[in-house]
Design a binder for this molecule. Sequence first.
Ligand code: AMP
Ligand code: MN
Ligand code: MN
Ligand code: MN
Length: 281
Amino acid sequence: MNITNADLHCHSVVSDGTLSPEDLAIRAQTNGVELWSLTDHDVIGGQARAQKAAIDLGMKYVSGVEISVSWMDQTIHIVGLGINPEHEGLVAGLLQTRDGRVARGKLMADQLAKVGVPDAYEGAMQFCGNPELLSRTHFARFLVDQEVCKDIEEVFTRFLTPGKPGYVEHAWATLREAVTWITTAGGVAVIAHPGRYRLTELQKDEMYKSFKEFGGQGIEVVTGSHAPYQYHEYEKVALRYGFYASRGSDFHSPDESHTDLGTLPMLPTSLKPVWSLFNFN
Ligand code: AMP
Ligand code: MN
Ligand code: MN
Ligand code: MN
């Protein structure tokens, strides 16, 4: 089957999005998405609901997750597509990755209190649908709600990023672990939004090579996290390293996200879409 509109990256209230899996499915279908994936951070609790909603609306669905990885003192994200959400190794690995978010959140709040923003832990929790997944996004929503910042973008320039108040280092999964959990669960590993990482060309080369060596096969080329000029940049990367290409909005919220579900340009025609690896019934 020829898919033209695939959106294989977004978030629900099960992680740091603001819509339910069902409301995301409706939004995707309304915007013409034919193949959809919900890729919550480090959690697969929304997969059954997303799949059911997608099928009921006549869309194709591939299961998904976005795993937080620590690599070279940075956080990078690896999307897993077509995984078996019940695979024991994956389930255990994600549980291990989620562990520590609450303790980290308390340390983040301590830092924010010191710069005059009290009660941020409780405040962030008010915006959080799943305490195991308490994330910087929930703190950002609290800071906007408190009128400390005018929007989420301002939060991530003044707070919550390395060197700024409210940023706490965390050891996520290793790259090898994330790719292995995904592939042993029958999925395809995809490097999320490569244009966002502050890595040198040499470090990026090392990341692509290690990712491949561990069994990774895909890279996001057209994503809501890339500026249009980066589509071509990562088209070249996909060709050079032999990666399958993915497309996804990284939609989190109607009030916050610049890119809506299903509205990005198509993948460059030179690339092999990652969804060509999946069999649809
Ligand atoms: P965490 O996993 O708790 O470290 O939170 C990471 C999340 O914060 C990402 O998935 C994004 O949703 C959000 N985030 C990080 N940087 C930015 C940014 N510059 N602008 C908007 N959201 C961001
Ligand atoms: Mn997020
Ligand atoms: Mn991400
Ligand atoms: Mn994401």
